[in-house]
Design a protein around this ligand. Structure first.
Ligand code: AHR
Length: 503
């Protein structure tokens, strides 16, 4: 058995209130995310608008407050006007990012309606790849204005009287990436982002803007990109984006789990860069972080590249359909804990993506919708991780992995929901060899009892779910002790743990 872990939590050790938008997600016009994902008029569960009700139910279960749309790389050559108005007049287009055919059967209006059905807000991205400020303004007028003017009237003509009132806007996508259609240098992009946000604010000053940070931490231009972009745009934007996907290509589970050390460093560096520009500009304003793409993504990469190469211009092909295993779920739990530990600066995050494309929810065209392994840590965090993130005081053992040193055995954070009088401890034992005795001092929560102790545990790291069988599902454990305010349990190696305490 590895060294015992001791944690102390207290109501007064607050990091910050968790912004519920940290449980956001992402739907891109990519693969089967839209067509045969959220939308399939010929499916037995389809509603009057063609949306799959089985998918709606699963999204509602996850309780996702905000969903980024319509891309991703797709947005950089997206002509939003083609996606609104009478169906028969919509232009069919070629999407260059994923080399697929886009029918535009589902567009802005349909997506906004679907978001209402799942109780989510839209986080809208504008095309700053092949388009610019003027088109972003037209789109904003169409979406948010109640004026007697061309694009607001066009929306009314399309049968939508009330503006969509979209609050959060992403200024392009991954503009640092050479793969991006309309890729730019940091200064080119920073200027364009600043001028676009400035003009859009003039139309509606209640908006919040996310400017593009780096596409991933190993981009050669990171973090100078962030510094240069913010030099140009600091006054006009509110958040900077971070994107990061992880994989276990080496089949080295211990090192895979250690990668949230890299994530920590990524977050720290972006915060430091934002605050450096803040200091340089003598600004009172703080830029927060929007981690608007995160997940595990590697299982499908090779076959997808081949498919796009050999069979371009298909409609809704099977792309990025990673089938997640048990260890991927644990990794996602570690990522969520890391975000909560930075609740003071990470205000939004989007699990990328939501349906069929690197997603927690999968659909069978002729069958059901089902939950991947990664569904569960997200579900638990979204359900029980609302309130104040508490600063964990932890002493835990450490281990080394092939590429990381002093990796903590237990990663943990707690969230206190004052209103519900509940506190939830989220913890991962990322030691792949040994169970760990976990002790939590919760004396600060007088009179609290354990309501539930939920776990994901398995000896088989490669266990997957499918439409036929959900092999990875949470279980409840009762073999713990809570005595005189001290909780104790043995956390299994490679496990996700959710300890809910309340009155
Ligand atoms: O989520 C899949 C893709 O990953 C997105 O389109 C892009 O922004 C990122 O590279």
């Amino acid at each position: 058995m590895a060294q015992k872990t001791k944690m102390i939590i207290d109501k007064d050790f607050r990091i910050a209130e968790v912004d519920k938008r940290v449980y956001g997600s992402f739907v891109e016009h990519l693969g089967r995310a839209i067509y045969t994902g959220i939308y399939q008029p010929n499916h037995s569960s389809a509603d009057e608008y063609g949306f799959r009700k089985d998918v709606i139910e699963l999204v509602k279960e996850l309780d996702v407050p905000i969903i980024r749309y319509p891309g991703g790389n797709f947005v950089s050559n997206f002509f939003w006007e083609d996606s609104v108005g009478p169906l028969e007049q919509r232009k069919k287009r070629l999407d260059l990012a994923w080399r697929t055919h886009e029918s535009n059967e589902v567009g802005l209006g349909e997506f906004a309606k679907w978001c209402d059905a799942v109780y989510s807000e839209v986080m809208m991205a504008v095309n700053l790849g092949t388009r610019g400020t003027a088109d972003a303004l037209n789109l904003l007028e169409y979406c948010n204005l109640d004026t007697d003017s061309y694009y607001a009237n066009l929306r009314r003509q399309h049968g939508v009287e009330k503006p969509y009132d979209i609050k959060v806007w992403c200024l392009g996508n991954e503009m640092d990436g050479p793969w991006q259609i309309g890729h730019k240098t940091a200064v080119e992009y920073g200027r364009l982002a600043a001028e676009t946000a400035k003009a859009m604010k003039q139309m509606d000053d209640s908006l919040e803007f996310v400017v593009c940070g780096s596409s991933y931490v190993d981009m050669p231009t990171f973090p100078q990109w962030e510094a240069s972009v913010l030099e140009e745009s600091y006054e006009y934007v509110d958040y900077i984006s971070l994107h990061q996907y992880y994989g276990n290509q080496q089949n080295d589970t211990a090192d895979f789990f250690a990668k949230t050390q890299d994530l920590e460093r990524f977050i720290h560096t972006v915060i430091a860069t934002c605050d450096f520009i803040k200091a340089k500009k003598r600004s009172e304003k703080t830029i927060n972080l929007s981690f608007d793409e995160w997940n595990v993504w590697y299982h499908s990469l090779e076959s997808d590249n081949e498919e796009m190469d050999k069979n371009p211009w298909q409609t809704a092909p099977h792309l990025l359909e990673d089938i997640y295993n048990f260890e991927d779920a644990i990794m996602n739990g570690l990522i969520l804990i890391t975000f909560l530990k930075h609740a003071d600066r990470v205000k939004m995050a989007c699990l990328a993506q939501l349906v069929n494309v690197i997603a927690p929810i999968m659909t069978e065209e002729d069958g059901s919708a089902w939950r991947q392994t990664i569904f569960y840590p997200f579900l638990h965090a979204s359900k029980y991780g609302r309130g104040y993130a508490l600063q964990p005081v932890i002493s835990t053992g450490t281990h080394n992995t092939s590429n990381h040193t002093e990796v903590t055995d237990i990663e943990s954070v707690a969230v206190y929901n004052e209103e519900k009088e509940e506190v939830t401890i989220f913890a991962v034992n990322r030691n792949v060899d040994e169970d760990v005795v976990f002790e939590a001092d919760v004396r600060g929560f007088r009179g609290f009892q354990v309501k539930e102790y939920i776990v994901l545990e398995s000896d088989n790291m490669k266990l997957v779910n499918s439409s036929k069988k959900e092999a990875v599902v949470p279980k409840n454990r009762t073999d713990y002790v809570l005595k005189d305010g001290i909780f104790e349990a043995v956390m299994k190696k490679c496990s996700w743990n959710v300890i809910r305490l309340g009155k």
